[in-house]
Design a protein around this ligand. Structure first.
Ligand SMILES: *[C@@H]1O[C@H](CO)[C@@H](O)[C@H](O)[C@H]1NC(C)=O
Length: 557
């Protein structure tokens, strides 16, 4: 059970042994903290030296950037639910002594405020003598209070007393010939670019290393509009403003002294090829070519070239078959599929049973195959397309109304409505189309309600209303939850052409007459995608179904 919401972990092991300890220390921290875990680095800090230790400047060395990468990597593995942030205010070359003794050499002239005030301080400091623990805790609380604004009455925990043993087994760093740590080259102005969707370990590594490299200004290009078109599951990308806000908050915590400039990226280069002051661009293995392209453009623009600083990307221990190996936003987005993204709005006007899912998605999205799978899992499938045919039958209420408005010329010889003739009458004419849907949709809604009532009489627990126009027709009132299926437009076009044998233009026109998936997703409680192999879809649907069962149980208390 977690006892604290925000913790700050003070890491004191020497830089040489620290990498070995991060995973066990993080996993015990994760048992105490459940939201934000700040990490403060002070390798070699001694909490039993007899005097109250003070924060000092830690020079940025290559080992530190390796450590930070390792830290975010391990965090993703052992405490993925925690928002881990490595704080870098004290990581800086020792400022040159500036004559006056009045300026004490302290990275924190006043305690730094953090977005979440820590309510516990943790440390990896290994205690030799258990009797000292109270004194060490006091010393630690005082030290931390000197650096950061903490909750009053903050408590402290010494993690892993068993690490003492671990330490004995570790090879002691060969004292005496301790190699001089290799300093990191730093730059006045550093630039990076990216989508920064759902800020995760790889982003944080990129941002933190950039903070280590930057002395003065940090410019971040964030993909907007045009740059998102080709992204996988783009409908689930957080809005630009949300992504920017997350970045600002993270960097304000990480290194408040930096001048951070966040600008929208509308093309792959953006600010990086026009800003003469930039000195260094931080890239990963996969964006290195992009960095080289930036320099080509800068050369064309007569601007000084940027130093390319390449970071290592993290491997993701939790990936599944549709995810790439590195931690990426698109794999995080794919994990959202089938999850409850927005809680149901609450439908007091609907009987609780059967629980009704409104399933929708554009043409070619694979909606009917998902509906079929849900049926196999136990849901009653209500196909609105079929009900739509019924309401056009002679004798149905709609029949007369439609004839009155659109004339007898839409009839077949057998007096049934020729839907093709009707469609050509309304095509491209918004007013006539609305006139038709105003007649037909309410009738279909009545049939849907009847089908749901029938399912209730039969004691069925879940209904799936399979409706392409669920949202347009405002049928969300008929359902407890809305599930939306998305696929990229090109894929939908390919599928429509293949399935219906129509031209590309016709397929596109059909898609353009429907709500775009980005608009549908805004109304979705659950999002699914049939973009991958059918086995992946099947697992996704099963996951969504199992989560749904849990929700239904919960609403019944
Ligand atoms: C801390 O300082 C004390 C007193 O100088 C010393 O005995 C102890 O070994 C030091 N501990 C560490 C972990 O360096």
């Amino acid at each position: 059970m977690s006892m604290f919401s925000t913790g700050i972990l003070v890491l004191t092991s020497p830089l040489q042994t620290l990498p070995l300890r991060i995973a066990p220390v993080l996993s015990s921290a994760a048992q105490l903290v459940d939201r934000t875990l700040y990490v403060h680095l002070h390798p070699g800090l001694n909490l039993t030296s007899g005097t109250q230790p003070r924060p000092v400047f830690i020079p940025p060395v290559v080992d530190l950037s390796t450590l930070i990468t390792r830290l975010y990597n391990n965090a993703a593995d052992v405490c993925g639910h925690l928002d881990v942030r490595v704080l870098l205010t004290n990581i800086r070359a020792q400022p040159a002594a500036s004559g006056g003794a009045a300026t004490p050499n302290c990275p924190f002239p006043t305690p730094q405020p953090l977005f979440h005030s820590p309510d516990v301080v943790l440390t990896d400091f290994a205690l030799q003598d258990p009797h000292q623990s109270h004194q060490v805790q006091q010393c630690l609380e005082k030290y931390t209070g000197h650096c950061y604004v903490c909750r009053p009455g903050i408590s402290s925990v010494l993690l892993h007393p068993q690490l003492v043993k671990l330490q004995e087994n570790e090879e002691a760093p060969e004292s005496g010939e301790e190699q001089k740590a290799e300093p990191i080259e730093t730059y006045s102005d550093v630039v990076v670019g990216g989508t920064f969707d759902r800020l995760h370990g790889a982003h944080k590594t990129l941002l933190s290393i950039s903070c280590l490299l930057a002395n003065r200004r940090f410019v971040i290009g964030v993909c907007d509009q045009a740059m998102l078109k080709k992204k996988v599951l783009k409908e689930l990308i957080e809005p630009y403003s949300v992504r920017v806000q997350r970045l600002q908050e993270f960097l304000q915590d990480t290194k408040p002294s930096l001048q951070v400039e966040i600008v929208p990226l509308e093309d792959p280069f953006g600010v990086s090829i026009v800003d003469p002051q930039l000195k260094c661009i931080v890239v990963s293995e996969e964006t290195r070519r992009g960095g080289e392209a930036v320099n080509t453009k800068r050369a064309e623009n007569d601007l000084p070239l940027l130093v390319l600083h390449e970071i290592q990307l993290l491997k993701d221990a939790h990936r599944n078959e549709i995810e790439e190996e590195k931690i990426s936003s698109s794999s995080l987005r794919s994990r959202l599929l089938g999850n409850l993204l927005i809680p149901p709005k609450g439908s007091p006007h609907l009987p609780p049973t059967p629980y009704v899912i409104g399933l929708t998605g554009g043409s070619g999205s694979g909606k009917s195959s998902v509906a079929k799978q849900l049926e196999v899992l136990g849901a009653v499938q209500i196909e609105c397309d079929k009900l739509g045919h019924e309401v056009y039958q002679p004798g149905a209420q709609c029949y007369q109304k439609v004839l009155q408005v659109f004339g007898l010329e839409i009839l077949n010889e057998d007096k049934t409505i020729n839907r093709r003739a009707l469609a050509s009458k309304v095509f491209g004419n918004q007013a006539r189309l609305k006139c038709l849907t105003d007649i037909v949709w309410p009738e279909i809604a009545i049939l849907v309600k009847q089908a749901i009532n029938q399912a209730r009489k039969e004691g069925r627990k879940v209904c799936v209303v399979d409706a392409a126009v669920l949202l347009e027709a405002g049928w969300t009132d008929l359902v407890h939850e809305v599930w939306v299926i998305i696929i990229p437009e090109e894929e939908a076009v390919t599928r429509i052409i293949e399935r219906d044998g129509v031209s590309k233009e016709d397929a596109l026109r059909r898609l353009q007459s429907q709500w775009p998936s980005s608009k549908q997703v805004k109304h979705a409680n659950v999002v699914l995608s049939t973009l991958w192999e059918s086995e992946v879809t099947r697992k996704q649907v099963l996951k969504a179904w199992n989560l749904l069962q849990k929700r239904i149980l919960k609403t019944k208390g």
